[in-house]
Write a protein that binds this ligand. Sequence first.
Ligand code: ATP
Length: 512
Amino acid sequence: MAEDVFKKIVSHCKEYGFVFPSSDIYDGLGAVYDYGQNGVELKNNIKQYWWQSMVLLHDNIVGLDSAVFMHPTIWKASGHVDAFNDPLIDNRDSKKRYRADVLIEDQLAKYDEKIQKEVAKARKRFGASFDEAMFVQTNPRVLENAKKRDALHTRFKTALDANDLAEIRQIILDEGIVCPISGTRNWTDVRQFNLMFKTEVGSTADGASTIYLRPETAQGIFVNYLNVQKTGRMKVPFGIAQIGKAFRNEIVARQFIFRMREFEQMEMQYFVRPGSELEWFTKWKEQRMAWHQALGFGSENYRFHDHDKLAHYANAATDIEFRMPFGFKEVEGIHSRTDFDLSQHEKFSGKSIKYFDPETNESYTPYVIETSIGVDRMFLSVMCHAYTEETLEGGDTRTVLRLPAALAPTKLAILPLVRKDGLPEKAREIQQQLKFHFNCKYEEKDTIGKRYRRQDAIGTPYCITVDHDTLADNTVTLRDRDTMEQQRVPVEQLQSLLEDKVSITALLKKLA
Ligand code: ATP
């Protein structure tokens, strides 16, 4: 059922110009996608919402745009050359490759699902008198599944911490995890696989040196932190925000734009005094959750997931997960990265990277809180939440994208009722006035009903219809995408009426 919905979302994205497989006429390229005419607008709006929430709303956060190519030693210093690995495992029968850690995480989620099913069944049976807390503490089936889950969790965490690949394989065997394609347990050994793409700079093979496509944008911020701090006269605490492409040779790439080999990140590194990092970590957790929730998708669709295995650089880490059709999944990571990255760059470059704090008269290496969100994953979560199939009064159906108006690709469709009597000219005249303020689209082909449906399908929050009365009294019909209600509005009021509803400023004000 949920899978069906997801398939529909993927085909909707293609059919309505949001997302196309890359190199489509050559049958695509694995885990690489292109954004079409509507997709690029939605994506730009997401980026703008993030950028403005960081750089406009905070005096002490500034932007940066660093290059994809960087000195190769940066990736040695950051630990990516040695440790940016995923454990992979193959099924010998289906020849399919999986991330061993993800297979086990899915198994953990299955125990949780079983518990949730028991709870749901009991809630139905007991109705209003149901005491969930009591139920989960006493029901034998819930207790049994919780016990299995906790035991697996402990074993998994121990294996990860020890980097024990044989034990990870053994867990997969002991849990009876099968390949979803072949249905067998014929697994290979687990191997580590480095996710960085390599290429060469320099024209001759001899003189060329290997460099990497950046797997995260963060390192560009770290190596520029002093440039920005000095030239911008920034005082700790301060942040640097960046949006840019990142590249990872992902082992498994089967979930549309959830896991891509070329994707975009929005990262902000916040430089703080050593010792204050956990306080800032908590503040950023709250701020980032508020950013997500301001979109109005419902707080029940988000949760924090604290990391079991901290990355080599972190002393606290959490993910913000969103309920996708295929379960709660990470959209954003918030990490307390200590002074690891800056200290490593100091060591590897041999240059001092310390900050002189004029308030304490001390020099130190700042600690860093990172917020890191994938533009594409955010896009997917917005799409998944917005996609709705509705049955209307009278039995008609419609597919509508209930996008937050501020993110919608087109804000306003301008539709002449008929293609004659001067209505197209009048509609064009209105478009000429409004196009400086909103992304407006003019459409005259097909019946008005069909045109409304097309706009619903791309999430346009408002349509205006220009009819014969418009010529007489300069009013239009304004139709709301979600309620489908229509009201008569003077043309000269359109701009002020809509501005508050469709602008990113309206979203930002919720955060301030
Ligand atoms: P995962 O565990 O799903 O591989 P990660 O923990 O490695 O993700 P981070 O390194 O924390 O991810 O990257 C920060 C953000 O970048 C993620 O929350 C996600 O939104 C995005 N991201 C990471 N890898 C990809 C990818 N392959 N495709 C799309 N977005 C990605």
